[in-house]
Design a protein around this ligand. Sequence first.
Ligand code: PLP
Length: 393
Amino acid sequence: MDSARTGLDPAVDRRTVADLRAAGGLKWSLFPDSIGAFVAESDLGTAPAVREALREAVERERFGYLPPALADDLAAAYAGWSAARYGWAPDPARVRPVGDVMAAFRATVRHLTAPGSTIVLPTPAYMPFLTVPATLGRRVVEVPLVPDGDRLVHDLDAIGRALADGGGLLVLCNPHNPTGRVLDREELLGIARVADAHGARVFADEIHAPLVYAGRRHVPYTSVDPVAAAHAVTATSASKAWNIPGLKCAQVVLGSDADAARWREVGEEYEHGASTPGVLASTAAYTDGGPWLDDLLAYLDGNRRLLADLLAEQLPAVRYTPPEGTYLAWLDCRGLGLGDHPGRHFADAGVALTDGPACGRAGHGFARYTLATPRPVLRETVARLAASVPPPA
Ligand SMILES: Cc1ncc(COP(=O)(O)O)c(C=O)c1O
């Protein structure tokens, strides 16, 4: 296929705020008077291969319960994608469909950790990891990431203490939401050793794995060491990279035969949430969606750099390290003097960001911005943010 038929729509830059609002998605309708920049959704569309798969699903009325053959196709497509892009091929028999990543998380907590054990959560974190454990009768222990130069890294000593103190499951999000960090093999090995030393489980949320910029590479946690594979449950999805979260399909990758056997006993309830159109679309994304994703990453790379330039010009008190992966920007607003909740201030200024404290105590004074948007919208967003605070002296 030529790139005109496989690549990013060349007209994405011409999508206006009015166009995006008219499309009616959550991001642009929840706060109708604001620029939508909170939820991790993209304004840049999806791959032609995904649209084609969905058109065909409509033509053939593939709206029934999920047949096993389609689950197998998805597992094979994901294994092929992982081998080609991450250099590691999981056994397709260990790849199972679920509705979304948090369904995989709930299954892991309920069926693979001890009742009463705590959930050890490096923060800042994806917001539901702070709230969902309580619905499962589990307590969250936050362990803040710590600065290492410009990067934020996991505090292995503090994680070890939290695991020793009753922690049964460590949540590892890589690429990391909200900071955009992409962990290297050494960092992952360090985490695997600490978890293993305490007999803990790791829930590896790798939903942003396809969204890694040039110069970094996604390393699947399970691939680093047999010890890691033995205690890990990985969840990933095409939903962020190909912008299809409403289609309800994620993938669980079970790290061991024992967990695969347990999943066969308990997994049906969670697999029931995966929709047939979502499985077809995700299979198409992993099989034929690579060229479009490469275009998308090139566009997002431009955005993450443009954001740095615009902030330096207009909001120099905001500290921002461009993400290594994801289309999320973690903005340190503490220099603006807006207190713990800068998101509340910016909401009044007409920009709906994720307020940092929603990501945990380590998020006080921060805000998360979703930069997967047309560049003119990105420019307008920064201009609105800048106009809402006193100009630099
Ligand atoms: C780190 C992370 N995990 C999980 C999810 C949930 O995604 P989904 O509902 O598509 O599975 C998101 C969505 O933004 C996310 O950023």
